[in-house]
Design a protein around this ligand. Structure first.
Ligand SMILES: [Zn+2]
Length: 281
């Protein structure tokens, strides 16, 4: 199995991404939005192994957004705050029946600050500043039922910072998904201490940006799910978002008869017996 730990989250926010987007051809989405009943039928309880696909980096008109939002199974959409399509991407995902997470920018050990985007949580901030940032970002993303980290290899190893982030989660009935950009992450340990579910990414889908690599990763996801009863996996919209979406779509077609695709909330409820009670606007 490929370890997700060696793979840093990729920058979603920066001049390049915006440039490439503006040059893209506005080709029509080739796959129409399919009937939601198919998704609902799939998410009914069953004994089959479950897979939760989380797609990160929504919110900045990223390439692959339409392709991801028209995938034929329930996915989880992680949206960065305070960007041009943050609110509309969250709404579209929710209307489609998908789960929404706040994709919270958090300081990495390495990497450029401008990759973080607005509203980022930094290790040097005071307790109060961190709390304000997390609350403001959550308020910006409608329908968010939890948080996962964008980058964050520095702060996910920081007990003080993560303690505050997880306190806000707890107060709001949310959970935190550790993307595992840092193998020294303290998120799981602190979540457990606070009585929150310990939810972690197992496999990054697009550490190489071809649809054939993504399909290979999807097969690893299937293997992991069949062995461990479930698997959480992360892909990205962005420069190679269309290729990633194509690889995921092929993987879904191959795997739908052996595993069940669910939202992260379904997994958290069933595997951790956690009943999140977020308040939607
Ligand atoms: Zn990200």
């Amino acid at each position: 199995m490929v370890s997700p730990l060696s793979v840093m989250a990729k920058p979603a926010y920066g001049g390049n991404a915006i440039n490439v987007y503006s040059q893209r051809t506005d080709a029509p989405v080739t796959h129409s939005i399919e009937d939601n009943t198919a998704i609902r039928r799939q998410t009914k309880g069953s004994e089959r192994s479950r897979v939760a696909i989380i797609i990160d980096d929504f919110g900045n008109k990223m390439r692959g957004t339409d392709e991801m939002l028209s995938l034929p199974v329930k996915i989880t959409v992680a949206v960065m705050p305070f960007l041009p399509t943050s609110v509309s991407d969250a709404r579209r995902a929710h209307e489609r029946g998908f789960d929404v997470l706040l994709h919270l920018p958090m300081e990495p050990r390495h990497g450029k600050p401008e990759w973080l985007g607005p509203g980022a949580v930094l290790a040097k901030m005071s307790d109060e500043e961190i709390r304000q940032r997390v609350e403001a970002a959550l308020d910006n993303i409608p329908y968010a039922i939890g948080i996962n980290n964008h980058m964050g290899s520095r702060v996910t190893g920081d007990e003080r910072v993560m303690g505050i982030v997880l306190n806000v989660c707890k107060e709001r009935g949310l959970f935190f998904v550790d993307s595992k950009t840092n193998y020294r992450s303290v998120v799981g340990k602190i979540a457990q201490e606070k009585g929150l579910p310990r939810v972690e990414n197992h496999i990054f889908l697009d550490d190489l940006h071809t649809s054939s690599h993504v399909l290979k990763q999807m097969r690893l996801v299937q293997e992991h799910a069949l062995e461990q009863h479930y698997c959480i996996t992360i892909g990205h919209v962005g420069l190679q978002g269309k290729e990633t979406a194509a690889g995921i779509r092929s993987g879904i077609a191959e795997m739908r008869n052996s595993v069940e695709f669910v939202g992260i909330s379904d997994l958290v409820k069933e595997e951790w017996k956690w009943n999140p009670g977020p308040k939607f606007p």
